[in-house]
Design a protein around this ligand. Structure first.
Ligand code: 5AD
Ligand code: FES
Length: 348
């Protein structure tokens, strides 16, 4: 069996690793090896992005969802979720506030809400891009037909986030109800890339039934798709879902995977997610120090924050956009990084 240090050097040099090597890196308790993995990943991010951290203003504009993913707190079967949707006016107000705070990327994220027809999404995209032509607009609204993705792109959307959730078809089937399909998820991601979006995939760390093999499949899938962004964060149970009693993913595992993904894809845009900040008070800082280079503070109105609960104990639900913005700035400065006012495009 090859030692941890050789595996890390091989990963840094060749940007790949076998399932067996991944297993060693995920299981090792060799602190020196783990520090080497972390520091190489952080140096790799710094070589490309310096000490700059990109900020994205996240607008959670609807928590209605027609899907029923077993892990998610806004799944349609969760009768405890209080549903809301923001009006176009409210969404534009979030952008206005965000622009003033220095955000140059807005992320419109929501459940798969049939109220937001393609015409409404296109209208929203066009309105935001007309007012803020110097900003990038990211959509994160789930699985759609190719024609819809094309229409949003033509209306001005620049980027699209759709986590693949798992690259193992059987595992996918254990996380989702039978009416959802792995092949459609894959079709969506390939269409997004093909249309020309800066595309983000990703998965939860420690999702129920995840194994080293499924994680290895995730890494190989990312290699093949070549996304511009990869979103990973720990799975955190939400009490009113079928996975309410399952164990959460860990900080440690998420940090290792962030570092591995950075070493495999030096240029990728990699967020230190809110979920990571939720399982540990310094989770986002630790994520940046492990090779992440993006944070996504919340711009949603405070009165709806509490309702967009994909998982329990989500942080920042009581904080105004400005508070989160400056809190994030302080947090990043505390570890020697700088949040920047920039669109923060992929430097590949
Ligand atoms: N814990 C952590 N992340 C979750 N997501 C959904 N539910 C949870 C949960 N319970 C993630 C999914 C989805 C993204 C928007 O949030 O990966 O793609
Ligand atoms: Fe929201 Fe700190 S980032 S309060």
């Amino acid at each position: 069996m090859t030692g941890e240090f050789e595996i890390i050097e091989h990963l840094a040099a060749e940007r790949t690793l076998s399932a067996e090597e991944l297993s060693v890196l995920l299981k090792t308790e060799n602190a020196d090896a783990l520090e080497k993995l972390r520091s190489l990943a952080a140096e790799t991010a710094q070589r490309i992005y310096g000490n700059e951290v990109y900020i994205r203003g996240l607008i959670e504009f609807t928590n209605y969802c027609k899907n029923d993913c077993y892990y998610c707190g806004i799944r349609r079967s969760n009768g405890e979720a209080q549903r809301y949707r923001l009006t176009e006016e409210q969404i534009l107000e979030c952008c206005k506030e965000g622009y003033g705070l220095g955000f140059r990327t807005f992320v419109l994220q929501g459940g798969e809400d049939p109220y937001f027809t393609d015409a409404r999404i296109c209208g929203l995209v066009a309105a935001i891009k007309a007012k803020y032509p110097d900003c990038a607009l990211t959509l994160s609204i789930g699985e759609k037909p190719r024609e819809s993705y094309q229409a949003y792109f033509d209306a001005g959307a620049d980027r699209y986030l759709l986590r693949h959730e798992t690259a193992d078809e059987l595992h996918y089937g254990r996380l989702h109800p039978p009416e959802m399909s792995f092949s459609n998820r894959m079709r969506c991601l390939r269409d997004l890339k093909d249309i020309g979006y800066q595309t983000g995939c990703g998965f939860m760390v420690g999702s129920p039934y995840q194994t080293t093999e499924t994680l290895h499949a995730d890494l190989m899938f990312i290699k093949e798709l070549k996304p511009e962004m990869v979103g990973i964060g720990p799975f955190i149970p939400q009490k009113d879902t079928p996975f309410g009693e399952k164990a959460a993913g860990t900080l440690e595992m998420t940090l290792r995977l962030l570092s591995i993904i950075r070493l495999m894809h030096p240029h990728v845009l990699l967020p230190a997610t809110t979920a990571l900040g939720t399982i540990h008070p310094k989770g986002r800082e630790r994520g940046i120090l492990a090779g992440a280079n993006v944070v996504m503070p919340n711009l949603s109105p405070v009165n709806v924050r509490e309702k967009y609960k994909l998982y329990d104990n989500k942080i920042c639900t009581g904080d105004e956009a400005a508070e989160c913005r400056f809190c994030m700035q302080r947090r990043m400065e505390s570890i020697g990084y700088q949040v920047v006012t920039a669109r923060g495009d992929y430097k590949g």
